[in-house]
Design a binder for this molecule. Structure first.
Ligand SMILES: Nc1nc2c(c(=O)[nH]1)N[C@@H](CN(C=O)c1ccc(C(=O)N[C@@H](CCC(=O)O)C(=O)O)cc1)CN2
Length: 283
């Protein structure tokens, strides 16, 4: 079997066209969606992700601004910036790019963002609402993955979804999201025994661990759907996913590539969440 490749980049393009039209409609009602991204420090990958976000906003007609703060910024200083953005009625979405430098407690910062402007969906208020299956801002990568699966007409209900990784921004919420879609969900992580035994039971395997090519052909059931969330920069400057694409594509029925898979969907869901925030705040 050779897998069909799910290009998130293509699906993202279609959704972005629709979002662009939605922005025009909102503008007619005098609503001007606006996103502010805060980045602390000089992490090169973070800087390029922020650029992608700015560019995507610009193309969709969404106002965006970036607050760049030095590596040595204190938690108190960052909190002051977030508080100002919470108060600013022209800002509908606030995003603090992660990771943050060690002196800043990520959880404190996330909790300081007004839940109605939390377009990343990381605030405990939004996480709790996702967990109780209520309307919420859903984290962008998990939302993008669900969208890719739905747009590819892959059934979810009753299927066994195995998530490898338990981060707050991808692993945990993506499992919850698929549970809300009536999948049977198993989480695997660094302490999981017999990992391959479990991943081989997956109908849909979602890998978000940040280890290049960690999942090989032996870890995947024939005909499984494989979603690769990894963005690992190798020493030669190339980019690799968490899945060994070349070998796994011979076993899977569907597979997402890296690049052009999940990444572009993450950015697209950020635009979608920003429009949602603008509509809700302005209504
Ligand atoms: N506040 C947040 N911080 C982080 C998030 C997040 O959702 N919110 N997610 C990741 C990084 N991320 C977005 O911020 C992100 C990662 C990768 C991509 C992407 O489009 N990747 C491309 C390849 C990139 C390249 O060629 O260099 C792809 O996969 O095609 C977008 C967004 C951590 N931090």
């Amino acid at each position: 079997m050779t897998a069909e490749i799910i290009y998130g980049s293509k699906i993202a393009e279609e959704i972005r066209e629709k979002l662009k039209a939605d922005v025009k409609e909102l503008e007619k009602k005098n609503i001007h969606p606006g996103l502010t991204v805060v980045i602390v420090g000089d992490n090169p990958a973070s800087k390029s992700y922020v650029k992608f976000k700015q560019r995507a906003c610009e193309k969709a007609g969404i106002r965006s601004s970036v607050i760049e703060l030095p590596e040595e910024t204190t938690q108190g200083q960052l909190l002051q910036h977030v508080n100002q953005l919470n108060e600013d009625s022209s800002v509908h979405g606030i995003l603090v790019q992660l990771p943050l430098p060690a002196q800043i407690d990520e959880k404190v910062i996330i909790e300081s963002i007004a839940p109605e402007k939390d377009v990343d969906g990381f605030h405990p208020y939004n996480i709790g609402r996702l967990q109780t299956n209520q309307d919420a801002f859903v984290p962008c990568t998990p939302l993008g993955i669900l969208e890719m699966i739905k747009k590819s007409n892959i059934p979810i209900k009753g299927k066994h979804v195995v998530v490898v990784g338990r981060s707050n921004i991808v692993g945990k919420p993506v499992g919850q999201l698929f549970l809300n879609e009536n999948a049977t969900v198993t989480y695997c992580h660094s302490a999981t025994e017999n990992l391959v035994h479990i991943t081989r039971q997956a109908d849909i395997l979602i890998v978000a661990v940040g280890k290049a090519k960690m999942i090989g052909k032996d870890a995947v059931k024939e005909g499984a759907v494989v979603v690769d969330v990894g963005n690992n920069y190798l020493s030669d400057g190339s980019l690799a996913g968490d899945v060994d694409f070349e070998s796994v594509k011979e076993t899977a029925s569907y597979i997402t590539p890296v690049p052009k898979g999940v990444g572009p969907m993450t950015i697209t869901m950020l635009l979608q969440n920003t429009l949602k925030a603008a509509k809700q705040i302005s209504s």
